[in-house]
Ligand binder design. Structure first.
Ligand code: PEP
Ligand code: MG
Length: 826
């Protein structure tokens, strides 16, 4: 009873002992022992006869009435008289804390018990009992007034939760569909209420489907008034210190209460480009961009107009600086703001044509954007959005207008038109459930920022999501699926996916970078990073080391070559995030699909098969050696290793080793402190390297398999080709056989072998890789949870068996199916 002591107690007064005890049992189903309930029922020996007894009622009141008071519920006629008489028999102080209520004994007892268990006051519990027939009457069309109004009138404190706004307080919202065939019936509602009170947060529920509520999550009557049936979407919102915890726990509770879903065909969806993993579901809103029209006017004083442009550039730099602070993209934007191709061109146009600054800068931006748009390389093509982002910021600084804004309202799925990086950076995860970009792609800077912020997203959805949009949307950012106005079945399926993701999410600090298989063998989780903020996120996520630092990503937008010091500075910032941990730094992997503007590369008919990766570095020795010196200098005090991309021959590796020696000697000659010696490994991403791995091991200290390029070259299917998606699948047995060849070469030559292509973070392929003997997987940190889950519970022997099967099938789909089949129960 101790937990019940501080709560309002209940006394059930009935002519029938059986009725009272059955009512108590019903109430206890909801609240367990949280509330003190006493029955004073029946007359005669052991209460066996029908009747009521004032003395027994008085004793019952004294038993359950603590400092919070007691509520007495009665059945008919004489029960009321007996209860009134009992109040005269007891200590007046106790009588003063006792309320007799005319609420119905059965419904009233259940509702009052739940409210009392949730810590309701004497007034609130009494009101709850009194209103207990309202939902029933509502459902039967007999109600005289709507329940929410009743709740608001009788339960001011709880109703305040409804009105609570997030004025500064943390807030969290989730939408979920009711999967229970009985809807949000009394038992799950009662559990929800008793759990909700444990949180320091004001919590409300709203039936979005039926447009009822919001009501506070503290009253059974209020929740019943939502009339939530199976498939209805509930919006659960919390405001206060523990808002996020509350929403997560209550959503999980509602999901747990749902009976297991019958296996059903997945609901029909449309496919966009997957950009950032996660599942979102909610109302759809458009991101409204307010770029002022840019008029062309003539100016009298071109020098003054050029000065206006310079001031606007400064203002835009400040604006973008605050939006993009802490991101890896800020530098690139700042560089564009002083890029002579934009600024000099605009100023000379002002002088030449005596036109206004906004017009001149817009012309320069449009010309630069057109150049990016025409590039073959999808990565660089995606930079067009960055150019517009910078252009818009400058035009806003000149002509006024705010950055893109979300309309006020509950958290939503945001529909954007070619989301820019600064727009992505301004999206607050608590207000944005997910993003559907009608244009864009997976390599845009906006996409990178969304992934870092953990906002589920898809791109390239113009054909699927009409301009006008719809009322609600669902998306799965891992698969690219999009649903407009999802039906109840789809909503339930999406909620199931969200619950599965929530259940698998590890709290910060929960990972030590190792996954232990059932047999005790360990698989290491390393991170692929592309900049300082990536590195910090990966370290926090528990990565054991950096398995792949893509150095070409650091200077993607640069039109001028970054100096050695600048390179060393940026590298040092990244290395600092992984101090004490191993760091694999890849030399510039430019060319192919990553044509850095400052390299001024020749056009090639087949850039993926052209002068790229190590081939390009060896063709530009000064560039390579400057980079190697920067790596060695920044690597002082760190456990760095150098990785050579796109190796196809042993001669290439020896040439890089020689360049590394020269870099070391040059630094030593000037007395510059640096890391030496460093291990040197090779990327295995060309079939010749996989097949010759044992020979290459003479030159290489370790192997890192780049499944992205290895798949492209093995299947002759361009990576990222929109129509060759299914063919360019690293689960293809041909790719897996090459992985096995490298693992065997690694064993034979005692060289560690890891995988750093996307396959390492693909939960459908990673188990096959581990089954082939890979024990080090390097991936984007956001893939850790999914990969851990995919490996959970399996032993190496299990995985080796399915990997063997996968090597012996005809295609990637069949290979993936071996793993999927092994995970299915039974
Ligand atoms: C790969 O090809 O698998 C790889 C990791 O390199 P990138 O994706 O940078 O080409
Ligand atoms: Mg590659």
């Amino acid at each position: 009873m101790s937990g019940a002591a501080g709560r309002v107690g209940l006394v059930l007064v009935s002519h029938s002992r059986v009725l009272a005890e059955a009512t108590e049992a019903l109430a206890r189903q909801m609240t367990g022992e949280a509330v003190a309930i006493a029955c004073a029922a029946g007359a005669g020996d052991g209460g066996a006869e029908l009747g009521t007894d004032a003395t027994a009622i008085a004793a019952a009141i004294e038993r359950v009435c603590g400092p919070a008071g007691a509520v007495v519920l009665m059945d008919i006629g004489g029960a009321i008289l007996s209860a009134e008489m009992a109040l005269e028999l007891i200590d007046p102080a106790i009588a003063a804390r006792t309320r007799l209520t005319g609420g119905p004994i059965v419904e009233g007892a259940v509702a009052a018990a739940v409210r009392a268990a949730a810590g309701g006051t004497l007034d609130q519990v009494t009101a709850e009992a009194r209103q207990a027939l309202v939902p029933k009457a509502e459902q039967l069309g007999e109600a005289e007034r709507p329940a929410p109004a009743v709740v608001a009138a009788t339960d001011a404190a709880a109703a305040a939760a409804v009105a609570a706004t997030d004025a500064g307080a943390p807030a969290a919202t989730v939408e979920l569909a009711i999967a229970d065939p009985g809807g949000l019936h009394a038992r799950p509602a009662a559990r929800l209420i008793t759990r909700a009170v444990a949180f320091d947060a004001a919590i409300t529920l709203e039936n979005v489907t039926a447009a009822r509520g919001p009501v506070p999550a503290s009253s059974l009557i209020a929740l019943a008034s939502l009339g939530a049936r199976r498939g209805d979407v509930l919006r659960l919102r919390a405001t206060g210190r523990q808002a996020v915890d509350a929403v997560e726990a209550l959503a999980a509770l509602l999901q747990r209460d749902a009976p297991p879903a019958a296996p059903a065909a997945p609901p029909a969806s449309c496919h966009a480009i997957p950009v950032a993993p996660g599942v979102a579901l909610g109302p759809m809103v458009r991101l409204v961009r307010s770029i002022p029209e840019v008029p062309e006017t003539t100016v009298d004083d071109p020098a003054a107009e050029a000065e206006r442009l310079r001031r606007a550039l400064d203002l835009a730099a400040q604006d973008l600086g605050s939006a993009l602070r802490g991101t890896d993209i800020l530098d690139a934007h700042q560089a564009l703001l002083c890029d002579p191709a934009l600024v000099d061109e605009a100023i000379s146009r002002i002088e030449r044509e005596r036109c206004n600054a906004a017009w001149a800068f817009r012309q320069a931006i449009d010309a630069a954007a057109a150049i990016y748009r025409q590039l073959d390389d999808p990565y660089l093509r995606a930079r067009e959005a960055d150019v517009h982002d910078v252009g818009d910021a400058v035009v806003r600084a000149l002509l006024g207008g705010a950055a893109a804004v979300l309309p006020d309202g509950p958290p939503a799925v945001v529909v954007a038109e070619d989301l820019t990086p600064s727009e992505a950076a301004r999206l607050e995860p608590r207000r944005v459930l997910g993003v559907i970009d009608r244009r864009g792609g997976p390599t845009s800077h906006a996409a990178i920022l969304l992934r870092s912020a953990g906002i589920p997203a898809v791109a390239g959805a113009a054909a699927l999501v009409p301009d006008a949009g719809g009322a609600r949307a669902g998306l799965d950012g891992a698969t690219g699926e999009v649903w407009l106005d999802p039906d109840p079945e789809t909503t339930i399926e999406l909620q199931r996916r969200q619950a599965a993701l929530r259940a698998s999410r590890r709290p910060p600090g929960a990972r030590d970078g190792r996954v232990r298989l059932a047999c005790g063998r360990e698989v290491e989780l390393w991170a692929n990073v592309a900049g300082p903020s990536d590195a910090r996120v990966a370290r926090e996520a528990g990565a054991l080391g950096i398995g792949l630092l893509r150095t070409e990503m650091l200077f993607l937008d640069r039109v001028d070559e970054p100096g050695e010091d600048e390179q060393a500075e940026l590298l040092a910032e990244i290395f600092a995030a992984f101090a004490g941990a191993p760091i694999v730094v890849r030399t510039l992997d430019a060319g192919g699909d990553k044509a850095l503007p400052y390299l001024d590369l020749d056009a090639e008919a087949n850039p993926s098969l052209g002068v790229r990766g190590v081939r390009l570095s060896l063709a530009r020795p000064a560039l390579l050696e400057a980079q190697l010196r920067a790596i060695l200098v920044a690597g002082r005090g760190h456990d760095i290793r150098v990785l050579v991309p796109m190796v196809s021959t042993a001669a290439e590796v020896s040439a890089v080793r020689a360049a590394l020696e020269r870099a070391h000697e040059a630094l030593a000659a000037t007395g510059a402190a640096h890391r030496w010696p460093v291990a040197t490994g090779i990327m295995v991403e060309v079939p010749s390297a996989a097949l010759m791995a044992e020979r290459l091991a003479r030159q290489a200290d370790f192997f890192s398999i780049g499944t992205n390029d290895l798949t492209q070259h093995t299947l002759a299917a361009e990576r990222g080709h929109p129509r060759l998606h299914a063919l360019a699948d690293p689960a293809h047995p041909a790719v897996l056989r090459l992985v096995r060849a490298v693992v065997e070469a690694g064993h034979a030559t005692k060289r560690p072998v890891s995988v750093c292509g996307e396959a390492a973070g693909d939960p459908g392929v990673a188990p096959l890789l581990v089954g082939l003997g890979i024990t080090r997987l390097s991936m984007c940190a956001s893939a850790f949870d999914a990969v851990e889950d995919a490996l959970a519970g399996a032993s190496f022997a299990d995985l080796a068996t399915i990997a063997e099967e996968a090597l012996a099938v005809d295609d990637a789909a069949a290979a993936r199916a071996t793993h999927a089949a092994a995970r299915r129960p039974g």
